[in-house]
Design a protein around this ligand. Sequence first.
Ligand code: TXA
Ligand code: MG
Length: 341
Amino acid sequence: MEDDMQTKLLAETPEDLSYAAELIAGGQVVGFPTETVYGLGADACNPEAVRRIFTAKERPADNPLIVHISDMDMLSQAAASIPEPAFRLAERFWPGPLTMIFKKQPWIPAETSGGLDTVGVRLPDHETARAFIRACGKLIAAPSANRSGKPSPTTAEHVLEDMKGRIPAIIDGGVCRCGVESTVISFETDGTPRILRPGFVTKEMLAVVTGNVLLDEALFRALKPDEQAASPGMKYKHYAPKAEVLTIDGSFENFCAYLEKHQGDGVFAMISNSESKCFPYPHLAFGDTPEEHCQLLFSRLRDADAVGAKTVYVRMPKPDGVGLAACNRLLRASAFRIIRV
Ligand code: TXA
Ligand code: MG
């Protein structure tokens, strides 16, 4: 596409938010902050506006968008039937980084739902995100604001990098608190939640509310060629910088030995801050706790390109709690290539 539009950076002020709302009313696309990652918002019920999101992102048309609401009473505008556990989960985790999939209302267009009869809904825990949606007074469809396949954006600068010239405005809300996208769940016929994408709302946290929780088994492996994905996003390449990403699973000692053997032009390691203190080769550090790993992960993958990395060997964090979200994104960034050392 031609990148010839002027992209304005907006502030989190009432004036700028009403300007952003005018753009949305005119069928345009606006980048906005949430607590997870930046979103690329448009009127969820305007097919032409939604098509502009797909064009700006170069996203495959069968990958559905999450519909964002600012208040609980907007839920029924998007969802046609709501299983009972969803109300208890909303009570506990909304506003927050949880997306729930429901049967959609008939007026949610196929463009938004990727042709499915369901819709993912999220009430974000970010003041500006909610103020923006309220100013629009509409359901806001929004995928992550990266170009399809690239790491999700956690700052307005990241959005600008990918969307400059493609969208009229980005609301700058600083750095995203979580850094990875929301937990996505669907419901089994008996109301049991199934995690389709892990995030800051963990399996353990969901289980406190609903008892049983299922983890979709396709989370940790590539789909087979003829396999139907529970979530269309599962089948696409994701989160990859230009550099080749490989995940390494094993002790730090073995990781160091492996990296020593594989030194070369453009080779970088991605390790925790504490490990980086005694690591003699080029590296990027992504925090120490699972929460920090999530918060810094996409930013560091973008940094990998900025420093000219050709290959990035990432030391796999532990897949416990929030760490599962970091592992899932890294596995996808590396196209499920794990080196066990
Ligand atoms: O944190 C987030 O969820 C961010 C912010 C902007 O809210 N949004 C986000 O959207 O990550 P996106 O489009 O990048 O990822 C949405 C994922 C995709 O993998 C998509 O396939 C899946 O959710 N999804 C959306 N609607 C679905 C549906 N009706 N059924 C199954 N999967 C769905
Ligand atoms: Mg995305």
